[in-house]
Design a protein around this ligand. Sequence first.
Ligand code: IMP
Length: 194
Amino acid sequence: MNKLVFATNNQHKLSEVQAMVGKLFTISSLADMDIIEDIPETADTFEGNASQKSAYILHHYQLDCFADDSGLEVEALQNEPGVFSARYSGTRNMEANIDLLLSRLGNNMNRNARFRTVISLRIDGEHHLFEGTINGIITDERIGIEGFGYDPIFIPNGYDKTFAEMAPEEKNSISHRAIATAKLVSFLKDRNNI
Ligand code: IMP
């Protein structure tokens, strides 16, 4: 059986990827491998952070693995919050992070934004990157109670509701994370002639 470590402690992300990969690979989390230290994430791009995390696991534990990094980029804010999405306001408090974003955007007519995920895979000495992007607009105020993070203020293009108004299955079928994960899974399947 092929094994891959997913450099995450987010059980939800782990189950989602495992479901998509099926029986082809067994995916373990950091906790499953008893890796408990904080993995450095100090780059200034999603690619940099995802690659830094996967390189850390490979070099310290010699394990084939993948890592992801995601965030929201707002065009009128020069792609902020970007890699600072989780702590834009200096705290992990999402109410404060959303308040800061909405106040910085103010009445700006350019509400264009996108969520991006980059996955870095290290397998058999090779390095591969997979990206998922979903474009949309930032609302003037929060709408909806589902999801997490910036979901209440993001309407994907082609929809008339925010991510936070969607059932989880609907969001998870179109999200940046789903797109990047599908690319990873299709790569792994092709590689194994599945
Ligand atoms: P992570 O790299 O997937 O942990 O994402 C970093 C941060 O980006 C999260 O803490 C959220 O603030 C934001 N983010 C990433 N993906 C989403 C999403 O699907 N909805 C809302 N916010 C997200």
